[in-house]
Write a protein that binds this ligand. Structure first.
Ligand code: NDP
Ligand code: GDR
Length: 331
């Protein structure tokens, strides 16, 4: 059988890097869309995928330009396309609504349109989000729960979700959306709360930081491991029919629980280090997310494997090791 070709947008991000690794192991020829500046500054901008640089084909293109994405689609002619690129930081979307909407909505529209116009048999994955549920209308959230987004980020993902469904219904594209709940790893960006906490713990242990300032500690999230969530993306595209799936652990924890667990990994009491700052609270918060992954389990055969405790420990340990204080992590 001919080698399958995959095209990933957002390949430099947390999920893109794990997906790249996963698809290479499956024998795919992997192509990635990156910003032109990334190719000029690989040390910083390609840091998550540097180990695979000689195995991946990178193409400069802009999410703001249909023409540039069209060109890549013509050149690569992928069998599968994973659209992961987005302004993904919810908090930032309150500061810059316009660029969040432009990047996330137009970027998704351009990708879908370019694939439809150049490779209509290509299967497409869209990175939807539990942020679409926002002010949740039921607990737990399923594929049938109504959306009520609370940020322009969430709104942009609802628009992307609707566009993806419309390309499926109107043009027969094999396009699926994953409604992924929060997923983390040692490759998580430092701006997200889990990595801010794990790296903060490591900085404190290393004597480089005295305390940790956080926002809303009562928010509840359903946190899983990114490595497992990218497998679900691939599984969706192997199905005979396109569809939408919730990917979650089915467990929810407060930010405070994450904090307590993370400091506990190095034998510290978080109360000696953590303060809250109202500046870090969001104008409209998503208070609780809890996903029901029953459909993904039944149809895709997907199940989460990493426990909450193991996830926290892996992140804290990785950050401590990076700062030379790995021995502080309790066995
Ligand atoms: P990251 O923030 O780690 O990665 C985002 C990627 O998008 C990066 O490769 C980034 O490129 C790229 N990107 C951002 N803006 C632009 C732009 N204007 N033009 C081109 N590329 C751009 O996100 P994750 O890997 O965590 O998430 C992947 C996708 O899944 C995102 O769409 C996110 O919204 C969604 N999602 C994530 C969840 C999570 O918990 N991680 C949960 C649900 C959905 P660069 O490196 O150049 O900035
Ligand atoms: P989220 O992730 O908004 O859920 O979006 P984030 O880690 O930023 O926030 C989770 C919760 O923690 C609270 N919080 C803080 N958050 C940050 N970033 N920094 C803080 O100091 C802090 N203190 C408390 C937040 O208020 C929030 O309730 C992530 C992203 O990956 C999205 O792209 C993705 O779609 C969703 O997960 C599912």
């Amino acid at each position: 059988m001919a080698q399958k070709k995959a095209l990933i947008s957002g390949i430099t991000g947390q999920d893109g890097s794990y997906l790249l690794e996963f698809l290479l192991a499956k024998g795919y020829e992997v192509h990635g869309i990156v910003r032109r500046v990334a190719l000029e500054d690989p040390e910083h901008r390609l840091s998550r995928i540097v180990a695979f640089q000689d195995k991946v084909h990178l193409h400069p293109a802009s999410l703001e330009s249909y023409a540039s994405i069209h060109q890549v689609a013509v050149k690569v002619r992928p069998d599968e396309c994973y659209h992961l690129a987005a302004q993904s930081f919810v908090s930032y979307s309150f500061d810059d609504e316009f660029s969040t909407l432009n990047t996330n909505i137009n970027g998704t529209h351009f990708m879908l349109s370019a694939i439809k116009n150049t490779n209509p048999d290509c299967r497409v994955y869209f990175a939807g989000s539990s942020e679409m549920f926002g002010k949740v209308e039921e607990i737990p959230q399923t594929e049938r729960t109504r959306f009520h987004p609370r940020s322009t980020y969430g709104i942009s993902k609802v628009a992307g979700f609707d566009l993806t469904r419309n390309y499926r219904e109107a043009y027969g594209l094999h396009a699926s959306s994953g409604i992924l709940f929060n997923h983390e790893s040692p490759r998580r960006g430092f701006e997200f709360v889990t990595r801010k906490i794990s790296s903060g713990v490591a900085q404190i242990v290393a004597g480089r930081q005295k305390g940790l300032r956080l926002g809303n500690l009562d928010a509840q999230r359903d946190w899983g491991h990114a490595r497992e969530y990218v497998e679900a993306m691939w599984m969706m595209l192997q199905q005979p029919e396109p569809d939408d799936y919730v990917i979650a652990t089915g467990e929810t924890h407060t930010v405070l629980e994450f904090v307590s667990e993370a400091f506990g990994c190095v034998g510290l009491d978080y109360r000696d280090y953590v303060t809250t700052d109202p500046v870090l609270f969001r104008p409209a918060e998503v208070s609780i997310l809890l996903g029901d992954p029953a459909k993904a389990k039944a149809i895709l055969g997907w199940q989460p494997r990493t426990t909450f405790k193991d996830l926290v420990r892996e992140m804290v340990e990785a950050d401590c090791v990076a700062l030379g204080v790995g021995n502080a992590v309790r066995s």
